[in-house]
Structures are given as structure tokens and as C-alpha cells.
Design a protein around this ligand. Structure first.
Ligand code: HEC
Length: 197
């Protein structure tokens, strides 16, 4: 230890006038240090040797699965809430549907529903089924491969129901100019309720 009796902590080496003090570390600090060493050994054995705990990637996958389940449950709830055959007849809902239609749908389906990029929505020919539930589903999911947008990411569920209901008011209406020809050659019996024909 130190040669200097006046400075017992001073070590005897010296480098260009720089001396070193040998302070004792506080006990609590030393114990904390030992605990981290023990902890790291336990951690290493638990996660990497015995492979008991989930590592980051596994935890990520687990969280994603849980999220997916929550999403599917919410979607299932929405789908179960769709009336299977009856479009909404409420005037305010139909007006909301008309506004959504002219803003988002008319560019492809034409203001009067006669069809442009998208098919004619006023005839009795349907590609994806003629009942109300089919219509809601096709608007909800879209047909991305064919250019029909997945509207669930843009519109709220009730907006989708309103615009789907509005489509039934276009059925059989007189077009301003000739509409697109039927896409599907087998005429589907429309399941729209009376009052919309
Ligand atoms: C970017 C163009 C585009 C826009 C915008 C668009 N659609 Fe479509 N839509 C299509 C195309 C293309 C199809 C045909 C899909 C196919 O061939 O499977 C289609 C199909 C549909 C069908 C199914 C028709 C059938 O015969 O089964 C419905 C219903 C429909 N669209 C409603 C809507 C509504 C409601 C909106 C607005 C919220 C909308 N579309 C906006 C392009 C569009």
C-alpha cells in the first residue's frame, strides 16, 4: 500500500506527477455488482442454455398473434352484425350513403351507377352475389386484384352499411346514358327487398 503515512490511500506509483488513490468501494456497491454477475449467470442459463423463456423474436410473434386474435374478434363481431338480407331504409342513412357514393365510388362506378372502371350497379347482374350481405362484404374487403378498393381501411363500418344500402336505391333506375353491359351472364335473382325495385 502507500508509503506515505500522511496519505494512507495514496498508492506508491506515479506517472508524470499523476498519483492514484485506493478508495475502498462502498459495500452496497460491491454487493450490487455481485448480484448483477449472479443475475447474468441465471439469465444465461434460463434463456440460452435451458431455453425456458421466450427470446425477443418469440415474444414478438406471441404479441402479434394476440393482436391478430383481437382484430379477428372485432371483425367477426362486425360481420355478425350485418343484416343478411335487408339494406337500411332510413332516409338519413341513405343520404349519408349517397354522399359517400358520390365522393368515393362515382369515379369508378359513375354517378348514376352505370359503371366505368367498375361494373354497372343498376342492373340485375352481379359478379359477387346479389344479397345485401354480399354487397357489404365486397365493399368491406374490395377486390384489389380487379381494382375495387378495400374500403374497410377508408370508411367506417356504418358508412359502408349506408353506402351499400344506397346502392340498392340505384337498382333498376333509368340511366342518363347507356350503362356498362352485364359482366356476369347468369342473371342473379335480386334479393333486394321490395321498395327498392
Ligand atoms: C378504383 C375504382 C373503384 C372505386 C373507387 C370503387 N370501385 Fe367498386 N368495383 C370496382 C371494380 C373494378 C369492380 C369489379 C371487381 C371484380 O371484377 O371482381 C368493383 C365492384 C364493386 C361491387 C361488386 C359488383 C358486383 O357485380 O358484384 C360493388 C358492390 C362495388 N364495387 C361497390 C363500390 C362502392 C360502394 C364504392 C365506393 C365506396 C366503390 N365500389 C368504389 C372499382 C371501383
Amino acid at each position: 500500500m502507500s508509503n506515505d503515512p500522511k496519505e494512507p490511500l495514496l498508492l506508491d506509483h506515479e506517472y508524470d506527477g499523476i498519483r492514484e488513490l485506493d478508495n475502498n468501494l462502498p459495500r452496497w456497491w460491491v454487493w450490487l455488482f455481485y448480484i448483477t454477475i449472479i443475475y447474468s449467470a441465471v439469465y444465461l442459463i434460463y434463456y440460452h442454455v435451458a431455453c425456458q423463456g421466450d427470446l425477443q423474436a418469440a415474444e414478438y410473434a406471441k404479441e402479434m398473434r394476440a393482436g391478430e386474435q383481437i382484430k379477428n374478434a372485432a371483425m367477426g363481431k362486425f360481420e355478425a352484425s350485418i343484416p343478411t338480407s335487408q339494406p337500411i331504409t332510413d332516409v338519413a342513412a341513405l343520404e349519408d350513403g349517397r354522399q359517400t357514393y358520390s365522393k368515393f365510388c362515382a369515379p369508378c362506378h359513375r354517378v348514376d351507377g352505370g359503371g366505368l372502371v367498375g361494373p354497372n350497379l343498376t342492373d340485375d347482374y352481379w359478379i359477387h352475389g346479389s344479397n345485401y350481405c354480399d354487397t357489404v362484404k365486397i365493399i368491406w374487403d374490395g377486390v384489389p386484384a380487379k381494382g375495387m378498393i378495400t374500403w374497410k381501411t377508408v370508411l367506417k363500418p356504418d358508412q359502408i352499411q349506408n353506402v351499400a344500402s344506397y346502392l340498392y336505391t340505384l337498382r333498376g333506375t333509368k340511366l342518363l346514358m347507356p350503362g356498362k353491359l352485364p359482366e356476369n351472364q347468369a342473371p342473379a335473382k335480386p334479393a333486394a327487398p321490395s321498395g327498392f325495385e
